[in-house]
Ligand binder design. Structure first.
Ligand code: PLP
Length: 371
C-alpha cells in the first residue's frame, strides 16, 4: 500500500537536502575494482590518533552501561588546563558540528541574519536555515575572507558572523591584526564565531591567538575539534571556548548527554599527548611544501594552504578530475560552487602525497594527448 505523508515539516526544512556523504574507501574499491584506495576527501588525520587514546577507551569500556557525565567535568578540566581558561568558558558537542547547531538553536529566530564568506563550511548555512534565519554570503578576495566587506554587511538584524580560519575549503587565513580590527568595529550584540577546526596545523606567525582576544571581547567564541589533528573524527567530539555568559546560553539548549563516555575519555588522553600533535603538525607542514612545489612545477594554481588540506585549479571541471582520480585510487573533493575547477585534497603521508601527484601527472599527460 502506498503511504501518503500528511504531516508537514516546518517550512525551513521542506526543501533542505539530505547530507550526501562522499564514497567510502570500500565503495571505491568495489566499484573500480581496486586493491588500494586512499581517501584524501575529508581532512582526516593520515597518522591515526595517539596510542594513549586506545588505552583510555579500553578502560572506559567497563562502564558502557552508565550514562556519560553530561557536563564532561573531567574533559572540561583537561581542556581548561591545556589552554589556561576557566571551565565555565568551555562547551562540548558531538563534534563542533553540534556546537554550530546549538549556537543557531540558542540565538537565531526566523528573520535574523548571519554573515559568512561565500565559499565556506556548509554547516553554518545549513543550521541557520533550519532556524528560518538568513545567510548573507559575502564574496571573498582571492579565496580569503573579506572582513571589511563582512563588516559592511552588518545590519540591525545581524546576530552572528561566521569566520572559518583556516577557511574550509580554500585553506586561507585572516591574521590576528585583521581580527582585532574587525572585533573593534563589530557591534557587541553580534556573536562572532571563529571556527578554528584546523588551528593546530597552522605555522604562520600572523595567525590569530584567540586566547589574547577572548578576555577583551565577550561576543567572540572559538570552535575547535578533536576530529582533525587529534584524529578522532569517528568519536564525534568538539568544543567551543568563549565568554561564560555565551557558554551558559549554549548549555541551555544542549542535549543532556550529547557526548559519550568513550569520546570524553579519548579526548582527555588525546589532549594530554601533545607530542603526537606536534609530530602531525610537522609532517603536515612538510606535506604542504611538497604539494605546493609539485603544483608550481606542473603550473597548477593553488591557494596558500594553512590547514591539512590544499585547494588547487585542475584546469578542467573538478568533477572530471575527481572521477579520473577515483580510477587511480584517490578519493578527493570537488563540488565547490564558486570554484568548479578546483579540487580540495587532504595532505596525506609522504607516500600518499607522492602517489597523488604521480596520478595527477599521468592524468594531465593523457588528457594533453587526447585534447
Ligand atoms: C571538520 C570541520 C568541523 C567540524 O568537525 P567535527 O567533526 O564536527 O568536529 C568544523 N568546522 C570546519 C571548518 C571543519 O572543516
Amino acid at each position: 500500500m502506498e503511504r501518503v505523508v500528511v504531516v508537514q515539516p516546518k517550512r525551513s526544512v521542506v526543501d533542505l537536502p539530505v547530507y550526501q556523504p562522499g564514497m567510502s574507501i570500500a565503495d571505491v574499491k568495489r566499484v573500480y575494482g581496486l586493491d588500494q584506495v586512499i581517501k584524501l576527501a575529508s581532512n582526516e588525520n593520515p597518522y591515526g590518533s595517539s596510542s594513549k587514546v586506545k588505552q583510555a577507551m579500553l578502560a572506559e569500556a567497563e562502564q558502557l552501561n552508565l550514562y556519560p557525565d553530561g557536563a564532561a567535568i573531567d574533559l572540561t578540566s583537561a581542556v581548561a588546563k591545556h589552554y589556561q581558561v576557566e571551565p565555565n568558558q568551555i562547551i562540548f558537542g558531538a563534534g563542533s558540528d553540534d556546537v554550530i547547531l546549538m549556537i543557531c538553536r540558542a540565538y537565531l529566530v526566523s528573520g535574523d541574519e548571519t554573515i559568512m564568506a561565500d565559499q565556506t563550511f556548509p554547516q553554518y548555512k545549513h543550521n541557520v536555515e533550519i532556524e528560518g534565519a538568513i545567510s548573507i554570503e559575502v564574496p571573498m578576495k582571492d579565496g580569503t575572507h573579506d572582513l571589511e566587506a563582512m563588516l559592511q554587511a552588518v545590519t540591525e538584524k545581524t546576530k552572528i558572523v561566521w569566520i572559518c580560519n583556516p577557511n574550509n575549503p580554500t585553506g586561507t587565513i585572516v591574521s590576528h591584526q585583521e581580527i582585532v580590527s574587525f572585533m573593534e568595529r563589530i557591534p557587541s550584540q553580534v556573536l562572532v564565531v571563529l571556527d578554528e577546526a584546523y588551528c593546530e596545523y597552522v605555522t604562520d606567525q600572523e595567525y590569530p591567538d584567540v586566547f589574547k582576544l577572548l578576555p577583551a571581547y565577550n561576543n567572540l567564541i572559538t570552535l575547535r575539534t578533536f576530529s582533525k589533528i587529534y584524529g578522532l573524527a569517528s568519536l564525534r567530539i568538539g568544543y567551543g571556548i568563549g565568554a561564560p555568559e555565551v557558554i551558559h546560553t549554549i548549555n541551555q539548549v544542549r542535549e543532556p548527554f550529547n557526548t559519550t563516555r568513550m569520546s570524553q575519555a579519548a579526548a582527555i588522553a588525546a589532549i594530554e599527548d601533545q607530542d603526537f600533535v606536534q609530530t602531525c603538525k610537522v609532517k603536515n607542514a612538510e606535506g604542504i611544501v611538497y604539494l605546493q612545489q609539485a603544483f608550481e612545477r606542473l603550473h597548477i594554481q593553488s591557494f596558500p594552504a594553512h590547514g591539512n588540506f590544499i585547494m588547487f585549479d585542475v584546469k578542467m571541471p573538478a568533477k572530471e578530475m575527481f572521477e579520473l582520480l577515483l580510477h587511480e585510487g584517490y578519493i578527493t573533493r570537488a563540488g565547490h560552487k564558486l570554484y568548479p575547477n578546483h579540487l580540495r585534497v587532504t595532505v596525506g603521508t609522504k607516500e600518499e602525497n607522492e602517489g597523488l601527484i604521480a596520478a595527477i601527472e599521468r592524468i594531465l599527460e593523457k588528457t594533453k594527448v587526447t585534447s
